[in-house]
Write a protein that binds this ligand. Structure first.
Ligand code: ADP
Ligand code: ADP
Length: 228
């Protein structure tokens, strides 16, 4: 599913311009990385795709359809979203954390749990971890569960906000490798936010470099971006 930002500006009520007239085309089935220093509008841009944040002006299209024409809650539920802290429900087991997502779209419990078990395997976790609670997992394992839960939305679009920033460098590299492997198999449209240019270069089919003030400074393949 392609994503397009057309002249998108976000001004917060206090006057902060977080994103300034952003034009960006994200191709179907690619990983596009939004990179830049803290506060340059990456998270705001990401959250406008699933309407967690509404733009002040401009439009965002998913496969040519304005996201404003979709119900915000339905859109949010249907788009996989992974954040830095994994955001797992602490009082639910790993399996239940994942199974909740298909159950929200009406799957019965048994079918949802079966799907959740498949997804654990997809992200490289052993089935017995399904019975644990998030606090009983390492940071890297929690992020994998976060990815599995996002995949459970079964959406062509996956939004990832600094998903690997909280884990140590060795684990991070492993997670990056697996994301690339997963992507070559699943072919999702992934929008990935990071402040780490090396991570952007490693993961991105395309890299969008933001600068403070919410403007796009550069956009291209990793080698285009490295050349500048
Ligand atoms: P990034 O993800 O690149 O760190 P953000 O999109 O989180 O950037 O923030 C962009 C700018 O908007 C920053 O200056 C931030 O302080 C500001 N900002 C983010 N959320 C809000 C908000 N709810 N109200 C006011 N300003 C905000
Ligand atoms: P994340 O960890 O997802 O990047 P942040 O720590 O940037 O989130 O922000 C947490 C919450 O605070 C978000 O809802 C964001 O919109 C809001 N926020 C961020 N910066 C500001 C700001 N300068 N003023 C008001 N709210 C902000």
């Amino acid at each position: 599913m392609g994503i397009e930002f057309r002249g998108v500006t976000k001004r917060y009520p206090d006057g902060t311009v977080a994103v300034d007239n952003l034009d960006l085309v994200i191709d179907d089935g690619t990983i596009t990385v939004l990179v830049g220093p803290s506060g340059c509008g990456k998270t705001t841009s990401l959250r406008m795709i699933n309407r967690m944040i509404e733009p002040t002006s401009g439009s965002i299209l998913l496969d040519e359809e304005d996201v404003r024409d979709s119900d915000a809650a339905v859109l949010r539920r249907g788009i996989g979203y992974v954040i830095q802290s994994a955001g797992l429900f602490p009082h639910r087991t790993v399996l239940s954390n994942i199974a909740t997502v298909p159950m929200l779209s009406g799957w019965d419990r048994r079918k949802a749990r079966r799907r959740a078990k498949e997804l654990l395997e997809t992200v490289g976790l052993p089935p017995e971890l399904g019975k644990r609670y998030p606090a009983q997992l390492s940071g890297g394992q929690q992020q994998r569960v976060g990815v599995a839960r996002a995949l459970a939305a079964d959406s062509p679009v996956l939004l990832m906000d600094e998903p690997f920033s909280a884990v140590d460098p060795v684990v991070r590299e492993g997670l990056q490798t697996e994301l690339l492997r997963l992507q070559s198999r699943l072919g999702k449209t992934i929008v990935f936010v990071t402040h780490d240019i090396d991570e952007a270069i490693r993961l991105g089919d395309k890299v969008a470099v933001f600068r403070v003030g919410g403007r796009l400074a550069q956009y291209g393949t990793p080698s285009d971006v490295l050349r500048h």
